[in-house]
Design a protein around this ligand. Structure first.
Ligand code: BDP
Length: 687
């Protein structure tokens, strides 16, 4: 198995009784309607059923009168009773009706999602009597963000190059585009921003818009809309204007005309994603304007078109002498209420930058007048590239389930994001894609689960990480119950294991400079102080951690009083966030009964040893998993083990130069020196 088919394998069901029961129930498909997405639904159902049942299943327009056959009816109806909560346009219901099964929704897309839900039930072995269900997504815009560049590279991509072949488009449509759309639709993703947020102006040229149009044409039958990341200075770079000032009439006019042009080419264009005045990108602040001025100008340009602006809050001013943690909040919080209705502000899950564990971003709950998009990173920039097995659903959920307490207990980030907390009309979630040209899409075969989990949680954040992992493993790897349980257990623990051997107890941003690979806690000089490691861990002879309480940077004050109270006291602050908020003495006893130093070392050692545990667990499922996939994961786990030891040794040896404490029993001190580990990191920094 080369992994190309992802979770949409549709291999014949081997359980004969089950297959026969499904065969009985699915003798034909009736799809009545002209919507192009409904046609896709029928085609996908046919493809799935024919694979799973090993027999042809015809698609007909209408139920033949007098027929005694049992079929599956796909029905679009504006009054379909889809579900009580969520976005009913995308919702579906599966129900038994007489001898038939009906999949219904208020749109073709709803039916398509229902079809994939039905196929999922068959793939995971649910009895025919148990298929009835209804569901609607809680979040309206469910997007992948590709950080793909026009030259085919992918920023922070670890699975080959970009899947978009710009030099072949629009004439040559790689079949992979369709398979990509199928995979996305199967998990409810309904939009893709196809280019890097560090954007090129090229995409807005007439030539490239033709290429984008070709992709949009492939995605449309799957209910997926295309979005573009825009380069703020485009009016200057390709428009010949002298300025990109959002309040300049010519600039406004340029964007309005450009937007018209886009909608002529792509009538269902989704809108714009913007990274402005961040990490060297141009933006409205270059002209003394603020983010709202910029975002609103684009919202105006969208006019009556059904599009949105997703304006990123990932900003941190140059030469900040305080705490990067606070900067996005300080810039955006005062703008709450100043954005036009089509603007959503896109906020990363945590305040720094996609670290292995971050407290939730303080902007969640702090901008009640603005719809906020939650942005998570599916590509594992800070979580082991494509060599570490890290299942990310627990990370995504940790953020979604965090209680901001801004409107009293129960004000979860999820409720901010789905708009229910502040009654917003629009809502969105975005995942930075981990997809590339590798045959198996994600490099690490288990990386597929992160793409899958993002979509499933975007649809329904109430699903548990384990439930999602179980679905995915059954569809992708094996149906053997013991193997499924073993794999799900490994997956569910993998993120905590990764945190233990890289950044336990709330350490953050101590990875290799620029490439963000491997450990470099000693990094003290970089382009900016807040790109170093020492800025964040603040190790000294007394202790470790960033004091963000009132006696330190006071970033804690950005949270609601209940959160401040809990996190502000080192005794009640969860250990997972301890060093995010406190500078803790090396000999300070922790609730675990160990001192900070001993706890730190224990976590690094047990974390690295847990990778060996994962290797053993994975070895035990060998008979149940495809040999090629098994061998691939086995090899990557070997790398993971080596790199876990690298992280462990680098960090304990380096921090030991401050703690001046021995490695506690029963752990054996590293057999290499700090200098040796440092040189290993230098290797990756060589030009
Ligand atoms: C950082 C990445 C950088 C991205 C940036 C962003 O290292 O490549 O451009 O995020 O989100 O984590 O804009």
């Amino acid at each position: 198995d080369d992994g190309y088919r992802l979770w949409l394998k549709y291999d014949p069901i081997t359980d004969v009784a089950q297959r026969n029961a499904y065969r009985q129930a699915a003798q034909y498909i009736a799809a009545d309607g002209s919507s192009i997405v409904l046609k896709t639904a029928a085609k996908e159902l046919q493809r799935g059923l024919q694979g799973l049942l090993g027999q042809p299943v015809p698609v007909v327009a209408k139920v033949e009168s007098g027929s005694t056959k049992r079929g599956i009816l796909l029905i679009v109806s504006p009054t379909a009773n889809v579900s009580v909560t969520g976005h009913s346009q995308d919702g579906y219901r599966i129900l038994a009706q007489g001898r038939n099964l009906v999949v219904t929704g208020r749109s073709g897309a709803g039916v398509l999602y229902g079809v994939f839900a039905l196929l999922r039930e068959l793939q995971t072995g649910q009895p025919v009597s148990n298929l009835a269900q209804a569901s609607s997504p809680r979040i309206q815009y469910r997007l992948l963000n590709h950080w793909d560049n026009p030259n085919g590279t992918v920023e922070r991509g670890y699975a080959g190059s970009s899947i978009w072949k710009w030099y072949e488009l629009p004439n040559n449509l790689d079949p992979r585009y369709t398979d990509y759309a199928r995979a996305n639709a199967s998990i409810g993703i309904n939009g893709v921003a196809i280019n890097n947020v560090n954007a090129s102006a090229r995409y807005l040229t007439p030539e490239y818009l033709q290429k984008v149009k070709a992709l949009a044409g492939v995605f449309r039958p799957y209910g997926i809309r295309v979005y573009l990341s825009v380069f703020w200075a485009a009016p200057k770079v390709i428009g010949g204007l002298k300025t990109s000032d959002p309040l300049d009439p010519q600039v406004k006019q340029w964007w309005a005309a450009k937007t018209e042009e886009i909608y002529k080419v792509i009538p269902d264009f989704g809108g714009f994603l913007v990274k402005a005045n961040s990490e060297g990108e141009p933006g409205p602040q270059d002209y003394g304007r603020n983010h709202a001025d910029g975002a609103n100008m684009l919202a105006d340009a969208l006019g009556q078109h059904d599009g949105i602006v997703m304006w990123r809050a990932f900003v941190y001013k140059a030469n900040s002498n305080g705490d990067r943690f606070k900067e996005a909040y300080e810039e955006f919080k005062p703008l709450d209420g100043k954005f036009l209705p089509k603007v959503l502000v896109q906020v990363k899950n945590g305040p720094i930058d996609f670290q292995a564990r971050e407290p939730f971003h303080p902007l969640f709950g702090a901008m009640p007048k603005t719809p906020l998009v939650l942005e998570v990173q599916i590509t594992q920039e800070y979580l082991g590239f494509a060599t570490h097995l890290v299942y990310l659903a627990p990370l995504f959920k940790e953020c979604l389930d965090s209680d901001t307490q801004t409107k009293g207990p129960g004000s979860m980030v999820a409720k901010v994001v789905d708009g229910s907390l502040d009654q917003h009309r629009i809502s969105g979630i975005a995942g930075v894609a981990n997809i590339g040209s590798d045959r198996n899409w994600t490099g690490h075969p288990m990386g597929q689960a992160n793409w899958y989990a993002f979509g499933r949680l975007a649809w329904d954040y109430h699903l548990t990480s384990a439930a999602i992992a179980t679905e995915w493993a059954k569809m992708t790897l094996t149906r053997e119950p013991k193997a499924v349980a073993t794999i799900v257990d490994m997956m569910d623990k993998s993120r905590d294991i990764y945190v233990r051997y890289t950044t336990p107890l709330g350490l953050h941003h101590i990875m290799g400079e620029s490439i963000h690979y491997g450990p470099q806690p000693w990094l003290a000089k970089a382009g900016r102080p807040d790109w170093t490691a020492v800025y964040y861990h603040k190790a000294d002879s007394l202790g470790l951690g960033f004091n963000r309480t009132a006696t330190g940077s006071n970033a804690l004050a950005l949270y609601s009083p209940g959160v401040q109270k809990q996190w502000g006291d080192p005794k009640t602050c969860p250990l997972n966030y301890l060093l995010w908020f406190h500078h803790v003495g090396w000999k300070q006893p922790l609730p675990t009964g160990r001192t900070l130093w001993n706890e730190l070392v224990t976590r690094y050692y047990t974390g690295a040893d847990s990778v060996t545990w994962m290797q053993q667990r994975w070895a035990s499922v060998k008979p149940a998993v495809d040999p090629a996939v098994h061998a691939d994961v086995t090899a990557r786990l070997q790398i993971q083990r080596q790199e876990a030891l690298w992280w462990r040794d680098a960090c304990v040896l380096y921090f030991q130069t401050y703690s001046r404490q021995p490695i506690p029993a029963p752990f054996a001190p590293p057999t290499r020196t700090l200098a040796e580990v440092k040189s290993l990191v230098d290797l990756y920094q060589l030009k």
